[in-house]
Unconditional design. Structure first.
Length: 263
């Protein structure tokens, strides 16, 4: 039986095993997918186990998406450009790092038929998932991306990676069509972002990478002000589908049952 893993710290909350094991069973694959909490000094052992085929594939989550890079033999173009790896596999005895968060964001947006072409995008946060979102936004040909982060230096690091980015101070709100919460504010039910959205107008698109809770205060505010909203559930599902496809050669369908699995 092949073994797959998601690693992170913390990892208890991860829904990846639920999703992958559901598809593994549905497709009659002889495999198991588990979660494991890791410390940075244990990564070397993990990569030995991938090399000697004790582990067939790994998903990587916070805070290791960059930290795993030195252990890999090769990066895909997407992983290289974003300096972020969430999916690892072995190919011709080489350990490859890829990034399916990009697919996750892109396919999630396409699934809901949001017409993102030429739109002005405003991103809150500059953490682990943001390079993947920027990469996907550039692929989808948005007209401009503005980013703000409490710690401005991290936004500037992203500008070094991607070039065409505008940066505004935390607290400032530029004109936008779509706003993306990529901060961790909202993971706790009572979390509130200290930004004032009262003067932004209506009919914008509020998108939160967080999907648990289902509707963060950020999305509630957006909805109450007359905007469309969407959480990060489809992004999560599609990044998992792309990883599953790499490992098992099948793309599971997104149906109501899959969506309900994560409720
Ligand atoms: P990491 O920064 O380690 O990659 P993350 O969960 O991917 O972790 O990112 C957390 C994001 O939420 C960061 O952009 C963080 O801002 P800082 O870079 O200033 O830390 C943001 N964040 C978390 N708590 C915040 C708060 N109370 N106010 C504003 N931003 C916050």
């Amino acid at each position: 039986m092949k073994k797959y893993l998601v690693i992170g710290n913390p990892i208890e909350h991860s829904m990846s095993p639920k999703l992958h094991n559901y598809w593994i069973k549905n497709h009659n694959i002889d495999a198991i997918y588990e979660k494991e909490k890791f410390n940075e000094d244990e990564l070397e052992k993990l990569f030995l186990n991938i090399k000697n085929k004790k582990i067939s594939g790994v998903n990587v989550t916070v805070p290791f998406k960059k930290a795993v890079i030195p252990f890999l033999d090769k990066l895909s173009a997407e992983a290289e450009s974003t300096q972020s790896v969430n999916t690892i596999y072995l190919e011709n005895d080489k350990i490859i790092g890829h990034n399916t968060d990009i697919d996750g964001f892109e396919l999630g947006i396409k699934k809901i038929n949001y017409d993102i072409f030429n739109k002005k995008i405003f991103i809150l946060g500059a953490g682990g998932v943001v390079p993947s979102i920027i990469y996907a936004l550039n692929k989808l040909k948005v007209s401009e991306i503005t980013i703000t982060n409490r710690t401005k230096e991290k936004a500037e690091n992203l500008k070094n990676l991607f070039g065409e980015l505008k940066i505004v101070e935390w607290g400032e709100i530029p004109d936008f069509d779509m706003i993306i919460n990529a901060t961790s504010i909202g993971l706790k039910k009572d979390d509130k972002i200290d930004l004032n959205f009262s003067s932004i107008g209506k009919n914008k698109f509020f998108y939160d990478v967080i999907y648990n809770p289902k509707e963060t205060n950020f999305l509630k505010t957006g909805r109450r002000l007359g905007n469309n909203t969407e959480n990060g559930k489809l992004m999560f599902i599609y990044q998992a589908i792309s990883a599953f496809n790499i490992w098992h050669g099948v793309r599971p369908m997104v149906n109501d049952e899959v969506i309900k699995l994560l409720d």
